[in-house]
Design a protein around this ligand. Structure first.
Ligand SMILES: [Zn+2]
Length: 201
């Protein structure tokens, strides 16, 4: 790739790469150990999909092995509340059905002031997403041999950004059916068939 004389962004990228590699180098980890640091907090998974992230996940695994060799504990970052859909859907097209949707069917975002609209929230009631997440956690435990996992953005949002997706709507119906008897349904809802109720807005 040739460098454009005017492209300041492309000038910044090599520094970012160097910084990224430096921060998980043996020199830095040894220096941390010498300074008395006991836990090496580092990256593992950010939400782009494992296919996109495997090279960096392998970097995290290498750095964890160095840290363990120096007697440090390792903390691994896992972003569980983001699907960066541009790469994630390319890896897993079915993931279009894994995301949180509001009452209008729109994806619920993890926006940071609506500047990060590429971050869809996955639905934590969706067993397909949870199965995918388990693969990441398994990598952290078995490959990285991490001592501690930091699940980032461990939250749910209130209306108008709460979940009305398929699994959540079905779960809401099952919850209401289990909570009351049919006689109580009639008393509470004024009808007996709860097959079509939706989570309230
Ligand atoms: Zn849902």
């Amino acid at each position: 790739m040739s460098r454009s004389s005017s492209a300041s962004a492309s000038e910044a990228r090599p520094q970012t790469r160097e910084q990224y590699e430096h921060e998980q180098s043996e020199d830095v980890i040894r220096h941390l150990k010498e300074q008395g640091v006991e836990v090496f907090h580092t990256h593992l998974y950010k939400g782009f999909g494992m296919a996109a992230e495997v090279p960096e996940m392998e970097d995290a695994k290498r750095a964890a092995a160095i840290a363990h060799r120096y007697g440090l504990k390792v903390d691994s970052y896992i972003q569980w509340n983001t699907l960066m859909y541009e790469s994630f859907f390319a890896e897993e097209p079915a993931a279009k059905d894994w995301i949180q949707r509001d009452a209008s069917g729109q994806p619920i975002l993890l926006p940071y002031g609506f500047e990060q609209s590429f971050r869809y929230r996955p639905c934590f009631s969706n067993p397909n997403y949870l199965a995918y997440l388990k693969r990441i956690v398994r990598y952290a435990v078995e490959q990285v041999k991490t001592d501690f996992i930091h699940f980032d953005n461990f939250d749910l949002t209130p209306e108008p950004e709460s979940r009305h997706c398929g699994y959540c709507t079905r779960g809401f119906r099952e919850y209401e059916k289990a909570k009351y008897t049919p006689a109580q349904w009639l008393q509470r809802f004024w009808f007996e068939n709860l097959d079509y109720i939706n989570p309230p807005v």
